[in-house]
Each structure stands twice: as C-alpha cells, then as structure tokens.
Design a protein around this ligand. Structure first.
Ligand code: FAD
Length: 377
C-alpha cells in the first residue's frame, strides 16, 4: 500500500523481501479468503500503549477507502458476523490487486533478498547491503511485520532496525492465539475436543461474546483468540458458557414445574451432554430438581456461568495471528509514520505497537498506516 501510494507521487520505489513470494500472510489469512477489513473500525478495536496513535491514520485511509479499491478491482466479497469482510473467492484477489497496482505504477519488488546491514550515511541517504547488492535510498520504510508464524517468513528485523537507531520497543508477545492448559485441565477437558460453545469470555476488564472451541491442545475459537490479546501470564480467564440465560432462575422455575426431572435432563436443553458431565459431578446430575438445595443450584450456575480457568500459556508465535507490542508509537509521527529521531526512517503495519482485534482490523491498520507513509516518503 505504501509502495503504491509513493509511486503515485512519482517516487521511485523498491520493495525488498526475503520471502520467495509477496504477501504470504495475505494468502493464508481468513482461511484463504482474507478478512481484509471491517465495516466498523475505531481505535477501540486496537491495543497499544498509545491508544490515540492509530486514530489519525485510520481516519485518513478508512475501511471505505479500501472497500472502494476492492470494488474498483471488481473483487467479489461478503460480510460475515461483526462486520467482517471476506473475499468470496480467494485471498489471492487482494494480493493480485496490490501487485497489479504496484506493477502499473512501476514499483519494483525484489524477492529472495536478505537484508544484511543498514546504515544512515547522511541526511536522506540510507545504505542497505542485501545478499545481492548495495542500495541507497532517501526514505527507508520498515514494513516487515511482527514475529507471528516464523514459517511464513516472520523475523525480528524491524525490531533490530529500531534498536540500531535507539528507538524504544514495547515488549512483544503473541496475540490472537490459542491457550494451552495446565496438565490437569488438559486431561480433564480432553474428551471435549471439537466442541464449540457460544460464550462470553472475560479477562482484564475486556469481554468478547463469540464461540470458544475445545481442542486437543487447549482452548481456541474466536472468543479465546480475542481475549488472548488481553491476557497476561498468571491471569485467570472467566467464561460464561450460557451468556443468554439466568440459570438459577431457570432451575428454580423448573423445580416448581417439574420437580421429578433430573438436573441432567434440564441442563442438556442448553449444553452438550459431554460437556455437562465434565463440569458437573455425576451424582449431582442424577438428582431430581426437587432434591436440589438452593446452594447446589447456585453452585451449578456458578460452575457453568462463571467458569474460571488459568491457562498454562499460549501456543506462542508458532500459531499467533499477530504480535502484541513493537516499535513504541511515541517514537513515530502519527501523521507520516516517520521516526521522530531519524529523518527518513518510517515504520508501518504490525511492526508498530498497534495490534488489532480479530476481524480484519490488522489488515486495515496495515493499509491505513502504509497509505499515510506513502504520502510522505
Ligand atoms: C494465519 C494468519 C491469518 C491472518 N488473518 C488475518 C485476517 O483475515 N485479517 C486481518 O486483518 N489480519 C489477519 N492476520 C494478521 C495480518 O496478516 C497481519 O497483521 C498483516 O499481514 C501485517 O502486515 P505487515 O505488512 O505489517 O506485515 P506482514 O504481512 O507480516 O509482511 C511482512 C513482510 O516482511 C517480510 N520480512 C520479514 N522479515 C524480513 C527480513 N528479515 N528481511 C526481508 N523481508 C522480511 C516478510 O517476508 C513479509 O513479506 C492474520 C495473520 C496470520 C498469521
């Protein structure tokens, strides 16, 4: 996006990438259909030590601007839940759109290129030594993403460049990532692998209402991925497996109407049997409603509606969709994305300390920040 915008201004642009293919993350995103943006984008959908930083770029190149580009290229797309926009056919459509605009504007893209050293040799003069040659440029844009999915060519180059120029880095961690469980929980929930439940998941004053998914490794699903970005090691996560009902009220009402009914029979109206038997003691499940004490009813509701679990950790960068933290936004102009200390050095996209929620927000940040830098480089 930055290359396209800079080339539109008549700048001579060269993109260097050590990958053998451009835009690998675009291709693998959104299950191959690229969730390229969202109808509803605000700064509240982003995590950063400086929550105001992203506002300017997001308001200057908006989701509507990107949608207009997608429509200009006649790419068919559709909305899924929560305003998420996906390609109808393939993520390739988004990559091809960017590549064809780049090509038309004369942007050069060099793949399979290792960046060995970077030097600032004078004002408006950076020297880059690659595995192939020495290059000089006036503006150097660092757009090399975060640490997520090293197999997809992620590397710490962006942070190393920031360190080299003495720029502050907010410590990084894996975000939008499944949780692994403590050994005893892993064993306890192993039989639930494959079950998805619409839940309300909360941690550190943030909540998400979406599916959670039990897997053979731990917990995943959109609500878990979202909350993982707010979770810190040692924190408990609170999960309401029945967010739409007041279970105490329901059980009390059923106790009046059908006193002979077993607790189990009542609960399987709301949750899978397999799950209930892991959460609630069998003896209690076989009790009739009339024999349940108020305390027992409250304990059942508590177990299912305020399930508290302390993850062992996350699956880490191997499977994380994003990297939390990164180049401190206070080091960079929110208007131009240029470093405040090093003239001519720009940072855009995920390498900055701006992390979006699941739902197309990370790409929108990449498009918006790239567009802004493209107006100034
Ligand atoms: C599996 C998966 C699915 C995702 N799905 C979505 C989604 O549907 N919607 C959404 O909004 N976000 C999604 N994301 C997040 C999104 O892909 C990223 O936030 C976004 O790609 C960041 O863009 P970027 O340009 O900053 O970095 P990247 O897209 O990561 O691009 C960085 C580029 O820099 C290159 N590079 C890295 N290190 C070096 C080096 N040392 N030398 C040379 N080149 C280097 C890489 O090869 C790469 O081409 C997903 C991420 C993953 C991992």
């Amino acid at each position: 996006m930055c290359a396209i915008e800079a080339a539109k201004r008549g700048r001579k642009v060269l993109v260097l990438d050590h990958a053998n293919k451009a835009g690998k993350k675009i291709l693998m995103s959104g299950g191959g259909r690229c969730n390229f943006t969202n109808y509803d984008v605000t700064a509240d959908n982003y995590i950063s030590q400086n929550p105001h930083f992203c506002k300017s770029a997001l308001s200057r190149f908006t989701q509507w601007d990107f949608i207009a580009m997608v429509e200009k290229h006649k790419i068919p797309y559709h909305e899924r839940s929560h305003g998420e926009l996906f390609c109808d056919d393939s993520a390739k459509d988004i990559l091809n759109m960017l590549l064809s605009e780049s090509e038309q504007l004369g942007v050069h893209i060099k793949l399979n290129t290792q960046i060995e050293t970077i030097k600032k040799i004078a004002e408006k003069n950076f020297q880059i030594k690659t595995s192939k040659e020495k290059l000089n440029c006036e503006s150097l844009v660092v757009a090399c993403g975060g640490l997520s999915i090293p197999k997809m060519c992620a590397s710490p180059l962006g942070y190393k460049i920031a360190e080299q120029f003495d720029l502050n880095i907010i410590p990084t961690s894996a975000g939008l990532v499944p949780f692994t469980l403590q050994p005893e929980d892993k064993e306890r929930f192993s039989t639930l692998s494959g079950i998805a439940i619409d839940s309300l998941v909360s941690c550190n004053n943030q909540s998400f209402r979406e599916n959670i998914l039990f897997t053979h490794r731990g917990l995943s699903g959109p609500a878990i991925l979202q909350i993982s970005s707010y979770w810190k090691p040692g924190n408990a996560v609170f999960i309401n497996l029945l967010p739409d009902v007041d279970l105490v009220e329901i059980l009390n009402a059923s106790r009046e109407k059908q006193p002979q009914r077993q607790l189990n029979t009542e609960l399987i109206k709301y949750l899978p049997k397999r799950l209930i038997s892991v959460f609630i003691d069998n003896q209690l499940l076989s009790k009739t409603l009339q024999t349940l004490s108020q305390k027992e009813i409250e304990a059942v509701a508590n177990t299912l509606q305020q399930w508290q679990i302390k993850p062992n950790g996350t699956e880490g960068y191997r499977t994380a969709e994003v990297t939390i933290g990164g180049i401190d936004c206070n080091e960079v102009s929110s208007k131009t994305m240029e470093s405040k200390k090093v003239m001519g050095l720009y940072f855009i996209g995920e390498v900055l300390d701006v992390t979006g929620w699941l739902g197309g927000y990370n790409f929108q940040w990449a498009w918006s920040s790239g567009w802004c830098a493209g107006q100034y480089v």
